[in-house]
Design a protein around this ligand. Structure first.
Ligand SMILES: [Ca+2]
Ligand SMILES: [Ca+2]
Length: 208
């Protein structure tokens, strides 16, 4: 009995020392800032996450949980193709929902912009979504537009260094707000905006 007690005390003492040696939660590693914001361009609503994977998991309702680990544009297996596959399904569901008079719509990713070059998810990311993909109509019939990136969450103004469109959307980018200044012509993606003299310059954009 005594020996059992002694052992228990020893265990308690070890636990106590362990607790003392362990830093208090307040001084633990600082929490990652919410650098990854999703803006639904159909509603204007934004929400932010501490990882790109968490943001994409939210957009895809848990269908893609490893976005950080996926290549961006590799055909078939890259994140864009995965988003396109899910987007096509979501578009069908949204059509049916609209026909049935339902207000419950599935979110579709239409473009992803990155603070860093090479679609690097370690910097800030800006994920634009909506309730429909882009169509094949005239290119100047814009499906989505962002007039002033200063007003986006995490202020994307003059920070974007790479981007890609998704679900048939291409991006046209502008030097100043309200689609003024120099124009980077419509393109499906840009891995390094330094290459086209447009790095850290974009202040507004349109998608079609
Ligand atoms: Ca940048
Ligand atoms: Ca600018």
């Amino acid at each position: 009995m005594i020996r059992k007690h002694a052992r228990l005390l020893a265990v308690l003492a070890t636990a106590l020392l362990g607790a003392l040696a362990t830093p208090a939660p307040a001084s633990a590693a600082p929490q990652e800032p919410a650098k990854h914001c999703v803006t639904n361009l159909s509603t204007g609503a934004t929400r932010c996450f501490s990882t790109f994977s968490a943001a994409i998991a939210d957009v895809t309702q848990g269908e893609i949980t490893n976005a950080d680990a996926l290549p961006a544009l590799t055909p078939g297996v890259g994140l864009r193709d995965r988003l396109n596959q899910l987007g096509a399904q979501a578009a069908q569901r949204n059509k049916a929902a609209l026909a049935a008079g339902s207000a419950t719509m599935a979110e579709i990713t239409v473009a992803v912009n990155f603070e860093h070059t090479g679609y690097d998810t370690r910097g800030f990311t800006y994920i634009w979504t909506g309730y429909r993909p882009c169509d094949d109509g005239p290119v100047d019939h814009w499906e989505y537009w962002l007039e002033n990136l200063t007003y986006n969450w995490n202020n994307a103004n003059d920070k974007i260094s790479s981007f890609y469109g998704a679900n048939n959307c291409w991006q046209q980018s502008y030097e100043h707000s309200s689609w003024t200044g120099r124009v980077l012509s419509l393109r499906p993606e840009a891995a390094d905006l330094n290459q086209v003299n447009f790095n850290d310059i974009i202040s507004s954009l349109r998608l079609t």
